[in-house]
Design a protein around this ligand. Structure first.
Ligand SMILES: NC(=O)c1ccc[n+]([C@@H]2O[C@H](COP(=O)([O-])OP(=O)(O)OC[C@H]3O[C@@H](n4cnc5c(N)ncnc54)[C@H](OP(=O)(O)O)[C@@H]3O)[C@@H](O)[C@H]2O)c1
Length: 329
């Protein structure tokens, strides 16, 4: 039985990766912290491994004991209270994990690094050309910079069988950020950030998981892929789809970027007093202000024969059904 370690197992994406690994009959190890929630990790076959990425010596000990066949590194910080936390968690902890594997001579058959499209940064605001892997990355968020640093580190290693995935916006059941948008529409408000049209790409969480396992089972290593459903959507289409599924009539609310920035600063400051990080913050503002979040997935299609099972309408329908069943909506 193949042993798979999934870091960030308690999170939105990690919990779905755990489910698929169990379905595939793997011995599943959920990488956790003492404080991590087990809400979505209820299967008795899951073995929990408390990992402290800050402590390389303890990591080394654990990794050499278990000797995992596959590792999916999905632990990561998407919003942070202190700027340096992005670098610490997304770059340094990834570096510690990888170094510990190499130093203990227990490099897995496949290491899947869940990076982000943010590591590349958005496309040109003035056109709708999807970014390609051959384009020079120019991350415009601290989050993206930290992910790119981790990518550079791992990809510079020799004999390290990594596949780097750069998902665009991931949505689906259990997710909390797009949920804010669904909730706003359900409250009758259709929010638009900035006055110029925004082009977006999406990937439904189950399709991302499909890519993760295609990557695990492939012979390919050392390559990076953007992960999206392959379609281009406008912010208006996203709102139309959501409204249709929720059967809602809405009032459109266009918020100029300058106001959004002000709100982000305000929310970040006030939440900071209580040790919290709001969904809308300065780093997130940089994501929201970009007009072109389209990415080229031809590599994924060519190497893995990937075709999304869920386009936006199908995925949003399933996600909203879940939010309703769980009484979030
Ligand atoms: N959601 C998206 O749209 C999206 C898009 C592109 C890439 N990604 C990447 O996908 C990965 C998973 O994201 P997600 O959306 O599932 O986020 P999430 O729900 O916030 O999950 C993040 C996971 O990382 C763990 N983590 C955070 N800080 C940690 C630390 N200091 N030490 C150990 N573990 C830590 C969390 O553990 P706790 O439960 O203990 O906090 C949690 O399990 C991340 O690497 C993210 O950058 C996400």
């Amino acid at each position: 039985m193949k042993k798979i370690l999934i870091t960030g197992a308690s999170g939105f994406i990690g919990s779905f990766i755990v489910e698929e690994a169990l379905r595939q009959g793997m011995q599943v190890y959920a990488g956790m912290r003492n404080s991590s929630s087990k809400q979505y990790l209820t299967d008795d076959n899951i073995e929990f491994v408390m990992l402290n990425f800050a402590d390389k010596a303890s990591l080394q000990k654990q990794l050499s004991t278990y000797k995992f066949d596959y590792i999916v590194h999905a632990a990561g910080l998407t919003k942070a209270q202190k700027k340096e936390d992005f670098d610490t968690v997304n770059f340094r902890y990834t570096q510690n994990l990888v170094d510990a594997l190499i130093e203990e001579n227990c490099v897995p058959e496949r290491f899947i690094f869940i990076s982000s499209m943010a590591a590349h940064g958005p496309g040109d605001d003035d056109n709708t050309i999807a970014v390609k892997l051959s384009d020079a990355p120019h991350p415009d968020t601290l989050y993206g910079i930290s992910k790119l640093k981790a990518e550079y580190y791992i990809n510079a290693l020799t004999h390290f069988p990594v596949i780097t995935l750069r998902p665009t916006g991931v949505y689906g059941p259990r997710e909390k950020d797009y949920f804010v948008f669904f909730k706003t529409i359900s409250n009758g408000i259709e929010p638009y950030i900035g006055l110029q049209e925004q082009y977006l790409s999406f990937i439904y969480v189950k399709d991302l998981v499909d890519v993760v396992f295609k990557a695990i089972h492939s012979d390919i290593t050392g390559k990076t892929y953007f992960v999206a459903d392959g379609k281009s959507y406008t912010a208006r289409e996203f709102a139309q789809i959501t409204k249709r599924i929720l059967h809602k009539k809405t009032i459109k609310l266009f918020v100029p970027l300058a106001i959004v920035k002000l709100i982000a600063i305000l929310l970040e400051t006030v939440n900071g007093w209580f040790g919290k990080v709001p969904t809308l913050n300065r780093d997130k503002y940089n994501v929201l202000k970009a007009r072109n979040w389209l990415c080229d997935i031809s590599g994924l299609e060519k190497d893995f024969g990937f075709k999304a099972n869920y386009l936006l309408e199908d995925g949003v329908k399933e996600a909203i059904a879940w939010y309703k069943a769980e009484k979030w909506l």
